[in-house]
Each structure stands twice: as C-alpha cells, then as structure tokens.
Design a protein around this ligand. Sequence first.
Ligand SMILES: *Cc1c(COP(=O)(O)O)cnc(C)c1O
Length: 306
Amino acid sequence: MKLSHTPVDTLEMFNRHIFVKRDDLLHPEFSGNKARKFAYFLEHDFPGVTKLIGYGSPQANSLYSMSALAKLKGWSLDFYVDHIASHSKLNPSGNYGAALANGAHIISLDTLDDRAGRDTHTYIQEVVLPLEANAVFVPEGGRCEYAEFGVSKLAAEIAQWAKESGLRHLVVFLPAGTGTTALYLNKFFVEQEMSIQVLTCAAVGGSAYLTQQFNELSDNPTHHPEIVTLAKKYHFGKLYPEFYEMWKTLSFSGIAFELLYDPLGWMALEQYLSISQDDVPILYLHQGGLLGNETMLPRYRRKYGD
Ligand SMILES: *Cc1c(COP(=O)(O)O)cnc(C)c1O
C-alpha cells in the first residue's frame, strides 16, 4: 500500500512551470491529504478499540477516507451527518456511495428523536461518546493533533525533494479546508528553519475563519501559513463557472484535479503570481479527493454543459 513518497510532476500554467506533488497517487483507497492526516492511526496500535467515530458532510472526502481506515483496521465506522439529501440516498455515489460500500454506518441526525437541537459535534460529545469506551473520535475533517504525525512526514518528503532538486527556496501552495494540512506543513518548515514557505487560501468559511482554525492548532503565529485572499467570496460546495473553467484548463495539463478545493487553489495561486515580484519555484500540493468528482462533475455538466 503506497502511503508516502509520491512523485513530483511539472505542468505549465500561467506561463510558467509549476511543480505538482502528486499525493493523488497515494493508494486509491486511502488517498490525498486524508491519508497523510490519518497515517498516525494506521501506523499505531490501538488496543481495545473497535470503532471509529467521525462526522461531517455525507459527500466529504474524509467520510470515504475514514471508511477505508476503519476497514484496514478492522474497526466499524459510525459517521454522523446533519442530514442526507434524498437524491444521495436514492443514488449513493461518490464519497458517500464508496463509504457505504466499505461498510460505514452513516447516521443522519435529522432521523434521531433525541437530537434536541444539538449540532453534530455537540451531539457526539454529549450523547454518543459517554457510551463508547472502545471508540476513537476524529473531529471534522481530521482536524486534530494526530494529523501532525503524517503531515510532518509529507513536509520532510517535500524538503528532501527540494534539496535533491537543488532548490534553495520554495513556495508550497495548497487550498485549505480546516487548514490542518497547511499549518502542520508550515510548522515543520519553520521549526527546521528551511527556506520553504507555505501559502494557502480558505475554501471553507473565509480567511478570518481559517486564521481561527490555525490558532486552535498552534498559538504561535510564525507557524501560520500565509493566506491568499480573493476579492470575491466563494461558498464551499457551490458551483461557479470560473471554477469549472479553471478545472477544464487544468485537465488539459494532463493531471486530473478535484472540483471542491482545487479550482479555488489555482485561482488564488494565479492571483499570487500576478502580484509577486520574485520567481521562487512553486510546488502545488495535489491533495487527492478525485472520488468527489463523481458527484461534482455531473452537477457542473448539468448547470454549464461540457
Ligand atoms: C480534506 C481536503 C482538503 C482540506 O484539507 P485541510 O487539512 O482540512 O485543510 C483539501 N483538498 C482535498 C482534496 C481534501 O480532501
């Protein structure tokens, strides 16, 4: 099972070469940054644990990755969601369908009569966990200190590659959800005193929210990656014609990207490059998530055609 040491490719975008770290080429069952974030669980033993508990959106990449992790560990997975759209229930596909096929129990809070207005996280804390002595609980999107273990290994891989390639400076660019991957990457480079800078953009909830997430993971501001902010506000999971155009342009490069984070990531990178004066080499981190295209691409095609 390939869970580290992915290759670096080059593509042409915005009239320059950009390196792409191909974490989409980790094992297909356990790919992208979730494999990095969950590596701690794979590489350690958890005596007595029989269940993994998580929550988030029924189409989240983390749902599928957690189902793969549970399967590999021989654990069951209880994944709590706020609700499930009726078309997903009728036609399970993408991350949701693949997680069900892996045996995930996807529990929809809107079908429970003891919810009492609680959000998913609160419900799990107050109702579920007190009764689950043999479970490991992972917060939404794998936002937890466990993630540092695998993400630092990714950072070390990038540092090693930069050294072998004779690059004295490097910018690593990646779009952020919870910001966990970006923060632990940057923290590693700062602590190792390397001339590698992490740049990111907020795909979920905006730049102020992302800074808040960074603060929860590290109160040392030098660990925080620089955030590139676009003038227009984009809502996570919504469809935008400029996202689709960017995705199609990227597809011509020969590397397939996903449709939730990557279009925004490349747009933010384009903006950064249009303003920045120097020509430091750029490494874009491909964080996987391609299974989500199974549901996102038909939505885009219905709305904007091919
Ligand atoms: C989960 C995910 C992200 C966001 O990662 P964070 O560590 O939460 O910032 C970005 N891209 C893809 C493809 C993902 O699956």
